[in-house]
Design a protein around this ligand. Structure first.
Ligand code: NAP
Ligand code: MG
Length: 373
């Protein structure tokens, strides 16, 4: 079989521990046999970040700005104990924070739904995507205690709010979904009022996006009563709290897609979970653990689909057609869903599934997906 060709490369950021092991397995089983893969490879594993004094992370972020599409493996954000354990030069900051800083992005997280896993709120039959602003609020506050009084000062910048709004409308356009934004502008007339006004101003530039603003307490009630199928944009703190609620209702972090979108249309796809250290310890002891690879597979399919779509869109109209790479990404996701729907799944899902299941380890799961693909 001829392999699918790529017109231009994507940025590939390798990572740490169990997800680094799965990264290799996913490429070998599900990508390389079918696609003539073109990537610019950056090793964001902790030892390489330390060796290059984190230069490799900055280079990977710059490459994403240049190439427009990236796929990232989960990485260790070292704590104080790990600085000692691995004899690091410094306590390197989170690669995600560095990449976000360069791309100036918004994070979109959407659940991957299965018929055999009923959300804790059963009427949520369509996904709810949380779009979280990643700047300011309580995360960059100033607090003090003065006598019997506690004081807190928050700030945000109009530049960052405009970038947030642009990313949300771009994503809504891209995924053809309605966009909701909610805040407390009746009480916070200047701070939250600025968010509301900037979103309204941006909405006027995107007339084809179905946009809806409401007070956050009204939004919470409407979200619970809804059947899903929209993007919910939230300020940093609200998004932190609400994304944990939404992901818990839908099931698990290993069944969640995550993409960072910049206002100028650059995309970085990742899994929402970490490096799964506890499973990696077992892997090193010789076991093949049942780590769920679905979120990491979807990071790859998301990046390949976006690459295919962007490359197809750059052709003149008469040559433009369906991108073979995008079709491959659709088929890969379909093979994953078919496998899970037939009851073949890792232990984390078997525990919450309503059908009879065959619990498998990661390699067995990947080969079942490959057989269908
Ligand atoms: P974690 O890697 O997400 O794992 C926490 C627990 O969640 C695991 O022990 C496992 O539970 C379960 N889990 C997570 N992903 C799973 C999967 N794909 N399949 C099955 N079970 C899964 O979080 P952590 O242990 O707190 O963090 C480990 C490292 O990841 C840290 O160094 C942290 O800095 C880093 N991290 C990176 C990112 C990122 O790069 N985006 C995000 C978060 C954390 P059981 O053990 O009960 O099976
Ligand atoms: Mg949180």
């Amino acid at each position: 079989m001829a392999k699918i060709q790529m017109k231009s490369p994507i940025v590939e950021m390798d990572g740490d521990e169990m997800t680094r092991v799965m990264w290799r397995w996913i490429k070998d089983e599900l990508i390389l046999p079918f696609v003539d893969l073109k990537t610019e490879y950056f090793d964001l594993g902790l030892s390489e970040r330390d060796k290059t004094s984190d230069r490799v992370t900055v280079d990977a972020a710059d490459a994403t700005k240049r190439l427009g599409v990236a796929v990232k493996c989960a990485t260790i954000t070292p704590n104080a104990a790990q600085v000692k354990e691995f004899n690091l030069k410094e306590q390197w900051k989170s690669p995600n924070a560095t990449i976000r800083g360069t791309l100036d992005g918004t994070i979109f997280r959407a659940p991957i739904l299965l018929d055999c896993v009923t959300p804790a709120i059963p009427r949520w039959t369509k996904p709810i995507t949380v779009a979280r602003h990643a700047y300011g609020d309580v995360y960059k506050n100033i607090e003090q205690r003065a006598g019997g009084v506690v004081i807190q000062t928050l700030h945000n910048t109009e530049k960052s709010i405009y970038a947030f709004a642009e990313a949300c409308f771009n994503y809504a356009l891209d995924t053809k979904q309605p966009l909701w934004f909610s805040a407390k502008d009746t009480i916070s007339k200047i701070y939250d009022g600025t968010f509301r006004d900037i979103f309204a101003e941006t909405a006027a530039k995107y007339p084809s996006v179905d946009y809806f603003y409401t007070l956050i307490d009204d939004a919470v009630a409407r979200v619970i009563r809804s059947d899903g199928g929209f993007i919910w944009a939230l300020k940093n703190y609200d998004g932190d709290v609400m994304s944990d609620m939404v992901s818990t209702v839908f099931g698990s972090l290993s069944m969640m897609t995550s993409v960072l979108v910049s206002p100028d249309g650059k995309y970085e796809y990742e899994a929402a979970h970490g490096t799964v250290s506890r499973h990696f310890q077992r892997y090193r002891d010789g076991e093949t653990p049942g780590t769920n690879p679905v979120a990491t597979i979807y990071a790859w399919s998301g990046a390949l689909r976006k690459r295919g779509e962007l490359d197809a869109a750059s052709l003149s109209e008469e040559w433009r057609g369906e991108s073979a790479l995008a079709v491959f990404a659709d088929n890969l996701e379909k093979a994953v869903i078919d496998t899970l729907s037939s009851g073949i799944m890792t232990g984390d899902l078997a525990g919450i599934s309503s059908i009879k299941t065959e619990t498998v380890n990661t390699l067995e799961f990947l080969s079942a997906v490959r057989a269908r693909l």
